[in-house]
Ligand binder design. Structure first.
Ligand SMILES: [Zn+2]
Length: 59
């Protein structure tokens, strides 16, 4: 079992506008930056593929 499998949320930083936001790592839809609309994560069927820089994994 991989370490990150139990983490449901991740705090990420948008590479484009530097906005920080918390995203759900098991989202089933594309997660976009709330500020600039950049794609931060894409669903892969299980966990999302994170496109943005992860600052921290949260519970
Ligand atoms: Zn952004």
């Amino acid at each position: 079992m991989k370490k990150n499998d139990k983490n449901k949320f991740a705090q990420v930083k948008c590479e484009k506008c530097k906005n920080e936001q918390v995203i759900f790592t098991k989202a089933t839809t594309v997660v976009k930056c709330l500020v600039c609309n950049e794609v931060l994560a894409e669903p892969t069927g299980g966990k999302v593929m994170l496109k943005a820089k992860v600052l921290e994994y949260l519970g």
